[in-house]
Every structure is written in C-alpha cells, then in structure tokens.
Design a protein around this ligand. Structure first.
Ligand SMILES: Nc1ncnc2c1ncn2[C@@H]1O[C@H](COP(=O)(O)OP(=O)(O)OP(=O)(O)O)[C@@H](O)[C@H]1O
Ligand SMILES: [Mg+2]
Length: 150
C-alpha cells in the first residue's frame, strides 16, 4: 500500500490533477472518491474524464446513480450517495470487471462492492478554494498509477 497527499488551490488545479489520473489510468481500474458534499469529487471526475478524452461534460450523477461516458475507454461514473443501505444487486460488479475506468463517489455506502485493489481519494475542504487529496493505492497497478500522477 502506498499513500500520498496533494493540494489544489482552485477548480482548475483539481481538473488538472484529475486529468493526470485520466491519462495514466488503465482499463479495468476502480477509483474510490470520498469527502463531504461539495468537497470536489465530481470536479475531480471532470478532470479524469478529460484525461480519458471524454468530450461530453461530466455532471453530478446523484439522481441517476450511474453515468457512462465514452473516451479512450469507457468511464463509469457512479454516485452511491443514494444507495446507503441498498442491498440489491445493481450490476456494478460486472461494470467494474469490464475494461473501463470506474469512479465511485460515496463508495463508503456500498462497502460490499469495494474490490481488493483500488485507488482511494479522500478529499478534504481546507479553505474556500483549497482542497486536500489523500491518496491510498492498494495493489501494484494502483501504486504505479499514484506514482505517475503526483
Ligand atoms: N480546489 C477546488 N477543487 C474542487 N472544487 C473546488 C475547489 N475550490 C472550490 N471548489 C468548489 O467546490 C465545489 C465542489 O463541488 P463538487 O460537485 O465537485 O463536490 P462533490 O464532492 O462531488 O459533492 P457531492 O457530494 O454533492 O457530489 C464546486 O462548487 C467547486 O466550484
Ligand atoms: Mg458529486
């Protein structure tokens, strides 16, 4: 396991951080994003999408739970905020095994779906425009990904 921390001072910098993740990500990877409402999970995902070459604008999937975007590989953007306590199988496991990048906001609400290996990003609001990103990479592929983005 490998840990690292990064800071951004603006939405633009968070987009750039995300873009580096999107560029370095490989197929069949899972990113777990946590942090309070408005921390910047969706903002980071917008950058990830850009790094994957997604042209469409990424918006918060809160009401739809899952949005799929087409880039150099598919981006599966899941927002589990509304899934707290939901136990029925929504088919996410199959998605995560697919050759795309799965980004999950509020993954703590679907603990049974957290895979053995992942990159988790815990975002903290430091100031109005300042955010702290605490990365935890579990598994060799994710440790390499973390090295590539920081
Ligand atoms: N450095 C920064 N990085 C990211 N967002 C920032 C930053 N500074 C200010 N912001 C603002 O913080 C908010 C982040 O919102 P965002 O939708 O990304 O949060 P979220 O974590 O996805 O929230 P939710 O849990 O509601 O989905 C935006 O309004 C954005 O403009
Ligand atoms: Mg969000």
């Amino acid at each position: 396991m490998k840990k690292s921390t990064a800071y951004t001072e603006s939405v633009e910098q968070t987009h750039q951080l995300g873009e580096r993740i999107g560029k370095a990500a490989e197929g069949n990877m899972v990113l777990l994003l946590s942090g309070d409402l408005g921390a910047g999970k969706t903002t980071l995902t917008q950058g990830i999408a850009k790094g994957l070459g997604v042209k469409r604008n990424v918006t918060s999937p809160t009401f739809t739970i899952l949005k799929i975007y087409r880039g150099r590989m598919p981006l599966y953007h899941i927002d589990a905020y509304r899934l707290e306590g939901v136990t029925q199988d929504l088919g996410f496991e199959e998605l995560m095994e697919d050759d795309g990048l799965t980004v999950i906001e509020w993954s703590q609400f679907i603990p049974e779906l957290i895979p053995d290996e992942y990159l988790s990003v815990s975002i903290r609001l430091k100031d109005e425009d300042q955010r702290e990103f605490e990365f935890e990479a579990v598994g060799e592929r994710y440790e390499k990904l973390l090295e590539a983005i920081l």
